[in-house]
Design a protein around this ligand. Structure first.
Ligand code: NAI
Ligand code: MG
Length: 356
């Protein structure tokens, strides 16, 4: 089996961190004999410069022909005044649509070595935190009917939250399946004391749970979930939720880990379409070109790719263990170095992970 990967470095620090992620996957290939085949293609501002299109047809074709897409980041001040069709993020939105991604996975892991370097007190970090947030991505409040009307007293604006049974079923089922590869606990987050969509969400979730007798289900209201994520994040395994709730809670959970440079993500969608893996951070124009960007989010995204696109659980875990070791003992980029510790560059960190 050859694992075919479309590599889209993008803009700013994108190419710098993706280079290290590819280095680590190549090291996995060399150590295991698994064949990885990389096809690099432009996206975002880099693609606009080369072709005038932030998602050129050749890039889209290379993605759809691959088993997975590994993306850096897009955007930068240089393209901020471009019309929408030539804006870098338009390319990324079109790509997400092309792969039919309806689930956004944001694992937040806080290694115990990071206690004191992030915002959490050591007793909250405990032996470590490992939460997988599964956010519904193509429905809910962000996609319902919206409008703005003139009224005698001024203006009136509205947004609507809409979900159908099949939309809820597929995302919740995915969460339960993911929980089976983890600690077998799902927390479904809603606002069912107020919202009708949440009451439907809860009923459908209960029905799906019947198929997964080996996975524990708990319902939690979204306001309580926000508090629990801060106070006791160690109690969560898989958290599944509506689009807007997931957007907010995943940023909240992200802040727990101390640096944007550590957070990976996966966007999974329709069967037969390639999943997309990318760090949560952007192109970081403020540090681009200096060789100091943290590559661990991109490398962790590559680990998710090994797990979820190619079923290489053991290899994914080996990469995550190597990341944890680097977090504990260095080398560290400036964003995560403990006070007073020497700092390293992007490539040094990438090589350290690849060597383990
Ligand atoms: P950003 O994530 O690029 O940067 C925010 C802050 O975090 C900056 O101070 C940056 O230096 C730091 N940072 C980010 N990643 C880091 C890493 N790996 N190592 C060390 N420090 C890191 O967000 P910002 O500044 O709001 O956006 C910059 C550009 O990126 C914009 O053009 C924006 O549209 C784009 N962007 C793209 C995304 C994507 O491609 N998925 C996501 C978010 C923003
Ligand atoms: Mg967000």
């Amino acid at each position: 089996m050859t694992c075919r990967i479309a590599v889209l470095p993008g803009d700013g620090i994108g190419p710098e961190v993706i280079r290290e992620a590819v280095r680590v996957v190549e090291a996995v290939g060399a150590a295991t004999g698994i064949a990885f085949d990389f096809t690099e293609a432009p996206i975002g501002g880099a693609a606009v410069e080369a072709t005038g299109d932030p998602l050129p047809p050749e890039t889209e074709q290379a993605c759809l022909a691959a088993g997975a897409i590994l993306l850096g980041a897009v955007g930068g001040p240089r393209w901020d005044r471009e019309p929408a069709a030539r804006r870098p993020e338009t390319g990324l939105l079109r790509l997400r649509k092309a792969v039919g991604a309806y689930a956004n996975l944001r694992p937040v892991r806080v290694h115990r070595a990071m206690a004191g370097r992030g915002p959490l007190r050591p007793e909250v970090v405990g032996t470590g935190i490992d939460v997988l947030i599964v956010r519904e991505l193509t429905g809910g409040l962000y996609y319902g009917e919206r409008g703005l009307q003139q009224e005698p007293f001024g203006e009136r604006a509205y947004d609507t939250m809409v979900y159908t049974t099949p939309e809820i079923e597929r995302i919740v089922r995915m969460a339960f399946q993911l929980a089976r590869g983890r600690r077998r606990r799902v927390v479904s987050v809603d606002k069912s004391n107020v919202l009708e969509t949440s009451r439907l969400w809860r009923r459908v979730t209960e029905a799906v749970a019947e198929e997964f007798g080996d996975v524990e289900l708990e319902h939690m209201l979204v306001d309580n979930a926000a508090m629990q994520l801060v106070r006791n994040p160690g109690r969560f395994d898989v958290l599944v939720t509506e689009n807007t709730f997931g957007d907010i809670l995943s940023d909240l959970a992200a802040a727990l880990c101390g640096s944007l440079g550590l957070l990976p993500s996966a966007s999974l969608g329709l069967p037969g379409r390639p999943p997309l893996f990318e760090p949560v951070h952007g192109s970081a124009p403020d540090i681009a070109g200096r060789g100091i960007a943290n590559p661990l989010a991109a490398i962790a995204s590559a680990a998710l790719m090994l797990r979820y696109a190619f079923g290489l659980e053991r290899e994914a875990r080996a990469v995550e263990d190597a990341i944890d070791e680097v977090l504990a003992y260095g080398p560290w980029t400036p964003d995560i170095a403990p006070p007073g510790a020497p700092v390293a560059g992007t490539e040094e960190v990438g090589r350290a992970v690849a060597l383990k």
